[in-house]
Design a protein around this ligand. Sequence first.
Ligand SMILES: Nc1ncnc2c1ncn2[C@@H]1O[C@H](COP(=O)(O)OP(=O)(O)OP(=O)(O)O)[C@@H](O)[C@H]1O
Length: 415
Amino acid sequence: MKLQRSQVGQMLLPRKLRKSALRQNTFTQRQVATRCSSDLSTSCREEVPNYLAVDVLQDQSYTRQEIFRKVLVILNPNSGFRSSPEVFYQQVQPILKLSGFMMQVVETSYAGHAHVLASTVDLSTCPDGIICVGGDGIVNEVLNGLLGRDDLKEAIQLPIGIIPAGSENSLVWTVLGTRDPVSAATALAKGGFTAIDVFAVKLTQAGVTHFGLTASYYGFVADVLQLSEKFRLHLGPFRYVIAGLLKFLSLPQYRFEVDYLPLSPRRNPKLIPLAEKCNDYLSADSSVEDNWVTRKGEFLGIFVCNHFCKPAQGLLSPVIAPKAQHNDGSLDLILVHGSGRLRLFCFFVAYQFCWHLLLPFVEYVKVKHVKVRPVGNTHNGCGVDGELLHAEGQAEWQCSLLSAQGRLLGQHPST
Ligand SMILES: Nc1ncnc2c1ncn2[C@@H]1O[C@H](COP(=O)(O)OP(=O)(O)OP(=O)(O)O)[C@@H](O)[C@H]1O
């Protein structure tokens, strides 16, 4: 007798699971049939790999829900090792379909496409969110597209889902505790949301504001980010290592003036109402407050972190801002004072073991606002969530939290 593919899959399962899989399979096929018929754009002919069906169906909490969730999926075919289409269509889409997602899938065809999609999509066609398949960069584009809309208040409420398929997926790894596409899809399937602070970085001279969820950074790391773009095509995710090594070998000096407003424990930044446009919020800044602290001189790096920033790659899983929480209404500022390869090397080694805060040249403070001014011919770019922002001539970057929080689809497994 010729076995169907799903039956072959079951033969590979332990006996106990096989029985339950057989029972579940009838149920699965019924579910797939109804749900696919209402899928917005994708074909429902592809088979669900059986082991995935079993995985998903074993958690009854989300298979029993009958409510469809309408989402827009934005897939960057260019991210990471360019395997995101394969990852999505073969591993992720079946899980999402089974758990009731109705997906309109759009593949980006140029840099900036995700931004355009998020800023123009009719929100009523994807009331349950936008799912990004790619790296931190594509999530950042979607965030900025949403926050540039006229219907900002509704747009900021729209949850963003993430299927990690990029070079660096620090956001989903740090905040939702997952870094592989299948467990990220399972987290989306389980449902729930995670509130996350949103910060804005404004280039004062140009009056341009860019939003982020992870961190903004200046100095060595921003410089490496710029150089790494040259190697994107040939090296994929390894581009950061090569660019980092090259920049380390030809390390320049970075001079900055930094002003920061430490977080006052009595003040709750969330009490300030969200302005109609996010740009207005930054112009009504807190210059009237007088407890600004100024630092001047050489800095190897300046990091303004919204969460503890755990890189998805790396052996030891270090974190740059161990005291940061993604929803605590504050930003964590790390100043790495000084210059020189030896100091940078010490910082890097200490960071691998999460000892970097013990170094005498590292300053760590929770803040509300930060202003960073590169001095002289210091690299004047600013990295935000893996995207490099450029400035012409003298620049001042202002980094502040927005009063409203965004929402990520899914929850950390420990919640
Ligand atoms: N079709 C495309 N062709 C070229 N570039 C694209 C395309 N779609 C998106 N991009 C650009 O690719 C950039 C990086 O994408 P993404 O973040 O998904 O992957 P990554 O760089 O590999 O991962 P990470 O940002 O986590 O390091 C985005 O900022 C976006 O502007």
